[in-house]
Design a protein around this ligand. Sequence first.
Ligand code: SF4
Ligand code: SF4
Length: 212
Amino acid sequence: MPSILVLDLGGCEGCIASIMNSYPKLEKKYDLYISYLGNLNLDREFDFAIVSGPVSLVSSEKIDLLKKVRENSKILVAYGSCASVGGIFLYSKGQNCRFASIGKVVDIDYSIPGCPPASRTIINFLNCIEKKGGRFLELFKALTKYQKLSGFDLIDDVVLTGLCVGCGACTLSCPTEALQLVDGVPDLIVEKCIRCGTCIVRCPKFTQNILR
Ligand code: SF4
Ligand code: SF4
């Protein structure tokens, strides 16, 4: 069976909970290595490494760990907004609080933003890998290059460019209710946005646009 390492670098653990929700389906097809199962062994090779949480740029231990995981994994996935784009950790202040998305330190193969991503996302993703294609794969590959995933970017790149069709998917997906439809288009309550990017990846017009 293909092996999967699930590693949290230090987020809120919502991403791990999202993966654990799919555990009954995952364990039928994959060998899983997760700290919660007590079987984390970082000295072996993995078919997939799914990494959540941001990387601390002042922790050589975390940076070395991430580099080792990269070396030992055929496919490395940034899972969740903190790993994909830095998320709320980008707002951290103080000398010892410098965080970044993991793609700033190592090459990543796929980026799955969300706060957290829906549990079924990991199953859909792995199914696409198995079938060697599909829209999910194209999107998650394209998102490795796209680092501006906040409510501001949704407004800038979708609403103000005239792409928005007022479907409301972004407002429904926002975990902090930072978006509301006003006169048929999303309006951002700036103070509530935690820069998770969930709204953008759920926006059909945004995804259609970057996959062109
Ligand atoms: S508006 Fe909401 S969904 Fe979009 S980035 Fe901000 S918190 Fe996340
Ligand atoms: S999901 Fe996209 S198209 Fe739909 S309302 Fe939000 S910005 Fe507009």
